[in-house]
Design a protein around this ligand. Structure first.
Ligand SMILES: [Fe+2]
Length: 400
């Protein structure tokens, strides 16, 4: 049975109250605050908890070293190939990750000693500050919907009404050549106090809103998203393969997203294929729309609505119907929107030292919040996090 008391000799799991998924875990004392020291039995419990609860929060790990975070992340996926040589190899994204045209270019920098671990956040951190072992100042920018969405909140709505949006609902994945990581680990090393709140609004055509701590990371369960579909939609999803665009983050860079962060607005602004960096047809990602959880056997609706290109659906007569870019976006939006309704969202309010491990193949997540300029001095808003996810050796599957 789950327990809230701290048992010093084994792992303790407490489901999050008021949510259909998510749990908090306390590590056994023998770990010395480093989950890489878990014995096989306790690691298996952690592994199962990540697949069952989808989002696992382990508090009190501000001192966790990048190497431990990397080794822990890797331990969740035995199919990960050993890194080949120096450099970027092994991270969830390929070499175009910080390409100057990519929408991910500003989202962080690497830990020099452990390049699979990324540093994300807001503000400038001098050499030697906790979380910055790179030997030089680093400057981090929290992503804002204002640089990604088509319709943006006004400065007044942001500064005075403290409104924000879901920046981009996504699965962590290169979605070109590499397979989606199984888990992502995210460590809050320096976080502002979670006393300020933001109100997430879903766009000017919706009254939905959600009150969250400033900078909360939001999650929804892909299993719940699948359950919310009609029988007809489930059948459609189970028979559909999503073809992602080549170098999708460069492809979508000139386009802008919908106000709920689920997909892109179709205005023909995408980078033409012949202007993308060199790409090969065989490296284009074609992934099922439904990924089956290997532990719970539940189906998860797993769509990266911003990066997709086409949908291929197998019909009962054996033929395949294909939707183009615009219709694909409309279709996935209709399938995904119910899942992000306020009551389905788990908004994690960061505490200093929180390690969040999430099943990247079973949830969608989004950055939220506006940092810069919301408080006059900006000092209270500095944030530094370490993130790690590593491309898997195999693609996710639907198991019927
Ligand atoms: Fe992410």
């Amino acid at each position: 049975m789950p327990s809230t008391e701290n048992k010093s000799s084994s792992i303790s799991i407490t489901p999050l109250p008021k949510h259909k998924f998510g749990c908090k875990i306390q590590l056994p004392e023998y770990c010395n605050n480093d989950p890489i020291n878990l014995n096989d039995n306790d690691f298996n419990q952690l592994f199962e908890a990540v697949h069952k609860y989808l989002v696992v929060v382990i508090p009190g790990l501000a001192e966790l070293k990048p190497k431990s975070q990397y080794l822990l992340t890797k331990k969740f996926d035995p199919t990960i190939p050993e890194p080949k040589g120096e450099g970027f190899g092994g991270y969830g994204h390929g070499k175009e990750f910080r390409h100057e045209q990519s929408v991910l270019r500003k989202d962080g920098t690497s830990v020099k000693s452990q390049p699979q671990v990324q540093i994300l956040g807001q503000g400038t951190f001098t050499a030697g500050e906790p979380g910055n072992e790179n030997g030089e100042d680093i400057s981090l920018t929290h992503p804002s919907h204002t640089s990604f969405h088509k319709d943006v909140l006004t400065p007044d709505e942001i500064k005075h009404e403290h409104k924000t949006r879901f920046y981009r609902w996504h699965i962590d994945s290169a979605l070109y050549e590499l397979s989606p990581p199984v888990v992502t680990t995210l460590l809050g090393i320096k976080v502002p106090p979670a006393t300020q709140t933001n109100t997430i609004t879903y766009g000017r055509d919706s009254d939905d809103q959600l009150e969250v701590a400033q900078g909360a990371t939001c999650f929804v369960s892909g299993a719940e998203a699948f359950r919310l579909l009609s029988d007809e939609q489930k059948e459609y999803a189970l028979n559909t393969t999503i073809e992602y665009a080549p170098h999708p983050y460069i492809f979508i860079s000139p386009a802008r997203a919908t106000s709920d962060g689920l997909t892109m607005v179709s205005e023909g602004k995408e980078t033409p294929f012949d202007e993308l960096p060199a790409w090969e047809e065989q490296k284009v990602k074609k992934l099922p729309m439904v990924w089956t959880n290997p532990v719970t056997k539940q189906h998860h609706l797993q769509i990266h609505g911003c990066c997709l290109f086409k949908l291929h659906t197998k019909k009962s007569d054996g033929s395949v119907s294909i939707l183009d870019l615009e219709d694909s976006r409309k279709k996935v939006h209709s399938l995904m929107r119910p899942a992000i309704a306020p009551q389905n969202v788990l908004a994690h309010a960061w505490g200093e030292g929180d390690l969040v491990i999430f099943f990247n193949r079973g949830v969608w997540h989004s950055v939220t919040g506006e940092f810069k300029g919301v408080k006059s001095d900006g000092q209270d808003e500095r944030r530094l996090m370490h993130q790690c996810n590593i491309a898997s050796g195999v693609d996710p599957k639907t198991t019927l």
